[in-house]
Design a protein around this ligand. Structure first.
Ligand code: SF4
Length: 501
C-alpha cells in the first residue's frame, strides 16, 4: 500500500514538474509573441508654430485708471514689485516690463477676472482678426482647435467645462451616448484594454456558402485594412501643390491610411504606392493601368463605361466618387450593381447637399439604402464634406460611414489660411505657409491624426465599444437634439420645432 502511494505521489510530482515546465515554456512563448506584437500607435510630438494664429482676445487697459490702481498697490505692497505688476492677472498679461501699460494679450485665456475686478479701466474683447478666420461653418473655433491638436497631438482640454450650447446646427445637433463611469475597463486612450480603430476597405460577402466537401463557394472577402478611419482627400480649390501632395503622401504612409491625389499629380510625382489613391476623371479611366502599386483608384463620378474601362485596366479596387447631387441614390445603386466595392460620398464643405440636407442625414440614407438592398457589407462607404472637428468623425461613422475623408482640416493643421467662403470645393481659396518645411508639416498632420484618434478612442471607450467598425450605423448610440426637443416640448403651445440656423 505504502509502495503504491509513493508511486502515485512520484507520478503526480512528475506530472506537476511537467506542468510547471509546460507553464514556463508557454509563458516564454507568450512573452515572445507579446514582445513581437506591435501595438498600433501614432508618434505625436509637439512642434512649434511657424505662422501662429491671431490671439483670441484684445486686452484694453485705461492708462489713468491703471496708474491710480498701481499707486494704491504701491502703497500697500511696496517693495514687492512682482506682486504689484502681476495683478490683477495671474496668467501674466500684466507682467511685462511695464506691466499693464503694455499688456501681453497673447497670454490672455479670457477668464474675465480683470474686467470683473476692474470694470472701470480694463476691457477684454474678442480679437476681430481671430473671428475673421474660416467661414460660417468652419469657424475660428474649429480652426483654433485643429491648430492646437496639430501642434501638440493631444486632446485639447481647457479645464473650464463646456461653455457652449447643448445642441446646434450640423453635427452639433447630434449627441452621443456615453457613460464611461459604468465601463471603467475600456478606458479610451489610457489603453488598459485595446480598442481598435482599424477599418476594412473593400468588400465582404454577406454570407459564406460551402460545397459538400466543405470548400468555400462564391465570393471571398476582397479588402485591405487601414489603421484609422481617416483618409486624406483631394485638397480643395487652389490648395493642391506638389509640396502638399508630398506631405499628405508621407503622413498617410506614416499613420497607415490612404491619400487621394489627383492622378496627374500622382503620376508626375511618381507616387505609385499602396497608400496613394489616384483619382481619375471618367474620360481617363483607362489610365488606372499606370498605377501598379495602388490598392484603390477612384473615378470622379459615376459612368458605367468608364467604370468598366478602369476595372479592365487595373487589378486595384476601383472606387467611385459620388457627390450628393440629384439622383445620387440611383448612381450609388448602379455603381454597386456593377461591382464597385468602395463608394466615396461627398457633400459640399458645409456638409450639405444642393437642397440643404445635412450630411449626417445623407450618410444615413446611403447606409440604409444598402441595408435595404441587403448588401451593406459588400461596399465600403467613405464620407466627406463638413468634417472639421474630431467629434465629427464618430458622428459620421454613427451615421453609417466606414471612414471619413479630410479636406480643410489638412490646410489648417499646417497653418494655411483661407479667404472667403469655404462652401464649394472648387471655389476654395487659400494659401499654405510660405516656408512649408516637409518634416514639420508631416509632424503637424501626424499630430492631428493622433489627437483625433485619441478622441475617437475616448468616445468608443465611453460607449463601451471595442472597435470603430462596430460603431458604423449605430444610430441607437446617438440622440438628435431636434427629436429630443420635439418629444419634450412638442405639445407645448408656442413651440415651433427645434430648428437651428
Ligand atoms: S481676462 Fe483673465 S487672462 Fe485675460 S487679462 Fe484678464 S485676468 Fe488675465
Amino acid at each position: 500500500m505504502l509502495d503504491t502511494i509513493t508511486s502515485v505521489e512520484r507520478e503526480s510530482r512528475t506530472n506537476l514538474l511537467t506542468l510547471e515546465e509546460f507553464g514556463a515554456e508557454s509563458a516564454r512563448i507568450g512573452r515572445e509573441i507579446a514582445d513581437g506584437y506591435d501595438r498600433y500607435h501614432i508618434d505625436v510630438n509637439e512642434v512649434d508654430d511657424i505662422d501662429p494664429l491671431p490671439h483670441r482676445f484684445l486686452v484694453k487697459v485705461g492708462k489713468i485708471g491703471l496708474a491710480k490702481f498701481i499707486a494704491k498697490e504701491v502703497l500697500m505692497y511696496f517693495p514687492h514689485f512682482d506682486v504689484i505688476f502681476s495683478r490683477p492677472c495671474t496668467y501674466g498679461v500684466f507682467s511685462g516690463p511695464v506691466g499693464g501699460f503694455a499688456p501681453r494679450p497673447k497670454l490672455c485665456v479670457g477668464c474675465l477676472r480683470c474686467t470683473v475686478q476692474h470694470p472701470d479701466f480694463v476691457k477684454v474683447l474678442p480679437n476681430p482678426k481671430m473671428l475673421a478666420l474660416g467661414d460660417s461653418y468652419t469657424t475660428h473655433g474649429h480652426i483654433a482647435a485643429i491648430d492646437e491638436e496639430a501642434k501638440r497631438g493631444m486632446v485639447p482640454v481647457r479645464g473650464q467645462g463646456y461653455r457652449g450650447r447643448f445642441g446646434g446646427p450640423g453635427f452639433d445637433g447630434m449627441l452621443t451616448d456615453m457613460s464611461e463611469i459604468v465601463r471603467p475597463s475600456r478606458d479610451g486612450i489610457h489603453g488598459r484594454e485595446l480598442i481598435g480603430t482599424s477599418v476594412d476597405i473593400g468588400s465582404k460577402p454577406m454570407h459564406l456558402s460551402f460545397d459538400e466537401n466543405g470548400s468555400l463557394l462564391d465570393s471571398v472577402p476582397d479588402m485591405f485594412t487601414i489603421q484609422i478611419p481617416l483618409v486624406f482627400d483631394l485638397p480643395p480649390g487652389d490648395l493642391g501643390s506638389d509640396a502638399l501632395a508630398k506631405v499628405i503622401d508621407s503622413t498617410s504612409n506614416l499613420v497607415d491610411t490612404l491619400a487621394c491625389l489627383d492622378a496627374n499629380t500622382a503620376s508626375r510625382l511618381e507616387m505609385d504606392a499602396p497608400n496613394i489613391v489616384p483619382v481619375l476623371a471618367v474620360e481617363d479611366a483607362a489610365r488606372a493601368s499606370e498605377f501598379h502599386a495602388a490598392r484603390l483608384v477612384e473615378l470622379e463620378g459615376w459612368d458605367a463605361h468608364a467604370f468598366e474601362a478602369a476595372i479592365n485596366a487595373t487589378d486595384a479596387m476601383v472606387g467611385v466618387r459620388i457627390h450628393f447631387d440629384e439622383g445620387w441614390q440611383g448612381m450609388l445603386t448602379n455603381a454597386v450593381d456593377s461591382g464597385a466595392k468602395v463608394i466615396h460620398l461627398l457633400a459640399d464643405l458645409h456638409g450639405r447637399d444642393q437642397d440643404g440636407t445635412f450630411v449626417s442625414d445623407l450618410f444615413k440614407e446611403a447606409h440604409m439604402l444598402l441595408i435595404e438592398q441587403g448588401r451593406r457589407d459588400t461596399v465600403t462607404l467613405l464620407g466627406g464634406g463638413g468634417i472639421v472637428g474630431a467629434d465629427h468623425v464618430p458622428k459620421a461613422i454613427i451615421s453609417g460611414m466606414d471612414a471619413v475623408t479630410l479636406d480643410l482640416p489638412v490646410l489648417f493643421a499646417i497653418q494655411g489660411r483661407s479667404r472667403g467662403s469655404l462652401k464649394h470645393r472648387d471655389k476654395v481659396r487659400g494659401k499654405l505657409p510660405k516656408k512649408l518645411d516637409h518634416d514639420w508639416a508631416v509632424q503637424r498632420l501626424t499630430n492631428l491624426c493622433g489627437s483625433w484618434r485619441d478622441q475617437l478612442l475616448e468616445i468608443l471607450g465611453a460607449m463601451g465599444i471595442r472597435e470603430v467598425r462596430r460603431l458604423r450605423g449605430e444610430f441607437g448610440r446617438s440622440m438628435v437634439v431636434k427629436h429630443l426637443e420635439d418629444e419634450a416640448f412638442g405639445e407645448i403651445l408656442g413651440y415651433h420645432g427645434g430648428e437651428y440656423a
